[in-house]
Design a protein around this ligand. Structure first.
Ligand code: AMP
Length: 282
C-alpha cells in the first residue's frame, strides 16, 4: 500500500523491469463489493501487475452530495484487494492528488451531458480529471471499469481516444444481487423497506428488454414501459428512464441496433443507477 505518487511510479517501473506486464489499473472509491472484486479478478487474469486505487475523489461530488457520508472501510478493502491478488493499492490523500494551486481539469464533451450529467453537473469533469491523473500516475496498459456506470465508461473511452492515452479500456459486466439489484456501495444507505423496492430499477430494464424482444422498437414506448414498471411508488423517485446510443449517450428514437436502456432513481438517501444493453431480434 502506498499513498504517494512517487512510490507508485517507482513500484510500477520496478514491476516493468521484472517483466510483470501488462500493467493493469482498477480505479475505485473503495467500500468493496463483488462488483469491484470482479474488476480486480479480471485484471489479475489479464495482467502481470495489478494496481488498485482507492480514492474518494472530492471533485466529482456536488457540494450538496454525499461526499462526507460516502461509506468506507479501508482495512477491509486492503484485505479484499490483497486476497484478489492486487500487487499495489494506491490510497492517496487529498493533498497528494490536489495540492495547493491545482487548477487544471479535463472537460468531457457531449457524452457527459445527458443522463447523470444533467442531475450531477460537473460530476464527469471530476471523474475525467481524476482518471486522467491516475492514468498519468500509474501509466497502465489496461484499465478496468464496470458497465454498471455505463456513462462513466463512455466518458473515459472518449477521453482516452481524444487525448491519446494508449490504454486499453476494459468494461466488465455489472454484478448483481440475486434479486437483480446492481451492487453499489450506496446500497448500504437503504433501509429494509427501501431495499425491498430497489430491484424495481432492474425490473424496469428487463421489461424494456422483453418488450423489445416482442418487437416494440419505439423508444418512447420502451421508456413508458420502464416508467410504468417503476410506477407510482412513494419510496422510489424516478429521475430518468432513457434509451440511448451506448457510445455517444445520445437519445435514440427507434431501436434498430444495440442500445442502452438506462435508469436512475432516488430511494431514501441513495441515488441509484442501472442500465442494460438491449438489442432488437435479428
Ligand atoms: P466506485 O468505487 O463506485 O467508483 O466503482 C469503481 C469501479 O467499479 C467502477 O468502474 C464501477 O463501474 C465498478 N462497479 C461498481 N459497481 C459495480 C457492479 N455492480 N458491477 C460491476 N462493476 C461495478
Amino acid at each position: 500500500m502506498t499513498g504517494t505518487i512517487a512510490a507508485v511510479r517507482e513500484q510500477v517501473a520496478q514491476a516493468r523491469d521484472r517483466g510483470q506486464v501488462p500493467v493493469g489499473l482498477v480505479p475505485t472509491m473503495g467500500y468493496f463489493h463483488e462488483g469491484h472484486l470482479s474488476l480486480m479478478r479480471k485484471a489479475r487474469e489479464e495482467c502481470g501487475f495489478v494496481v488498485v486505487s482507492i480514492y474518494v475523489n472530492p471533485i466529482q461530488f456536488d457540494p450538496a452530495e454525499d461526499l462526507k457520508t460516502y461509506p468506507s472501510d479501508f482495512d477491509r478493502d486492503l484485505k479484499l484487494a490483497s486476497a484478489e491478488g492486487a500487487d499495489l493499492v494506491f490510497h492517496p490523500s487529498d493533498k497528494e492528488m490536489y495540492p495547493e494551486g491545482f487548477d487544471t481539469h479535463v472537460e468531457p464533451g457531449s457524452v457527459a451531458e445527458g443522463l447523470c450529467g444533467q442531475a450531477r453537473p460537473g460530476h464527469f469533469r471530476g471523474v475525467a480529471t481524476i482518471v486522467a491523473k491516475l492514468f498519468n500516475i500509474v501509466g497502465p496498459d489496461r484499465a478496468y471499469f464496470g458497465q454498471k456506470d455505463a456513462q462513466q465508461a463512455a466518458v473515459i473511452r472518449r477521453m482516452a481516444a481524444d487525448l491519446d492515452f494508449s490504454i486499453d479500456i476494459r468494461v466488465c459486466p455489472t454484478v448483481r444481487e440475486d434479486d437483480g439489484l446492481a451492487m453499489s456501495s450506496r446500497n448500504t444507505f437503504l433501509v429494509d423497506e427501501e431495499r425491498a423496492q430497489a430491484p424495481l430499477l432492474y425490473q424496469a430494464l428487463t421489461a424494456a428488454r422483453d418488450a423489445l424482444a416482442r418487437g416494440e422498437t419505439n423508444a418512447s414506448k420502451l421508456r413508458r414501459i420502464m416508467r410504468r414498471t417503476i410506477g407510482q411508488n412513494y419510496l422510489v423517485e424516478l429521475e430518468y428512464a432513457r434509451i440511448v446510443d451506448p457510445v455517444t449517450m445520445e437519445p435514440v428514437a427507434r431501436v434498430d441496433r444495440e442500445v442502452l436502456a438506462a435508469v436512475a432513481a432516488r430511494i431514501g438517501r441513495a441515488r441509484l443507477i442501472d442500465n442494460l444493453l438491449i438489442s432488437p431480434e435479428e
